[in-house]
Design a binder for this molecule. Structure first.
Ligand code: C5P
Length: 243
């Protein structure tokens, strides 16, 4: 990790809420236990940049998970706007946008940062952790997830991207292919792997927090296992202990 503001934990909690009030109320309960908060499309669409301002004011950095996938010029503009928001430490785009789009995002990431701030890091989403080989085939992506994910990680690295979002199942292979300094952020983390709970889960390529760290993940993104827990603090602490 080379961020100036060193996160105190590898845990990133996904604030998947439909209102800023609920998100901030929840975030306050666990702010001292997390390395970053993730603001995704749901909260950002509902509340806009105010979400970044209010959540960043709680202390932890922000992973602004808007997963841009558009023509290079539009993605560059969007990344520039993200980078200009104080507190944003991670921004992401889809690797499937290709080299030119990734490269445009790389060039934009440094340009919009506030004076004196460490620049945010740019991540590329490889293949969503909700997809398995069957769903990949539906959209014309052949071969096993690991092969495609590593290929996309290498493409992102070649374009100058700082790291990837991928499942734990591919983390070792990505580390081997892309080296020690390449950031690996893994969603699809499920602490208990309770089969009953997993039945209605949209995540397909999952793993426990311990497996994620052993596989070489730098950060773990966790949403529902903490948001929906009867005691979110205890759930965050239990995951934190596994890291
Ligand atoms: O609730 P859960 O732990 O599945 O939340 C995972 C979070 O990570 C969600 O906010 C989801 O949008 C995000 N994410 C993901 N897979 C990716 C990238 C981001 O699940 N490839």
């Amino acid at each position: 990790m080379t961020f100036d503001a060193h996160p105190r934990s590898s845990l990133i909690v996904a604030l998947d809420f439909d209102s800023l009030n609920s998100a901030v109320k929840f975030a306050k309960q666990v702010a001292d236990l997390v390395g970053m908060f993730k603001i995704g499309n749901q909260l950002f669409t509902a509340a806009g940049p105010a979400a970044v301002r209010e959540v960043a004011a709680l202390g932890p950095g922000i992973f602004l998970d808007l997963k841009f996938h558009d023509i290079p010029n539009t993605v560059a503009g969007s990344v520039l706007s993200c980078a200009a928001m104080t507190g944003v430490q991670l921004v992401n785009v889809h690797a499937l946008g290709g080299h030119a789009m990734l490269h445009a995002a790389v060039q934009a990431i440094s340009a919009g940062q506030p004076m004196g701030a460490d620049r945010p890091r740019l991540l590329a989403v490889t293949i969503l952790t909700s997809m398995d080989q069957k769903t990949m085939r539906e959209v014309g992506i052949g071969g096993p997830p690991k092969t495609r994910v590593v290929q996309l990680a290498k493409l992102a690295k070649t374009a100058g991207v700082d790291g990837v979002v991928a499942s734990v199942q591919e983390a070792r292979a990505i580390r081997k292919a892309c080296g020690r300094d390449f950031l690996i952020v893994t969603p699809g983390v499920r602490p208990g792997q309770d089969p009953a709970a997993m039945k209605n889960d949209d995540q397909a390529r999952t793993a426990t927090p311990t497996e994620a760290i052993k596989a070489g993940a730098d950060f773990l993104v966790v949403g529902r296992p903490i948001l929906a827990a009867p005691d979110p603090r205890a759930a965050a602490q239990a995951i934190g202990c596994a890291l």
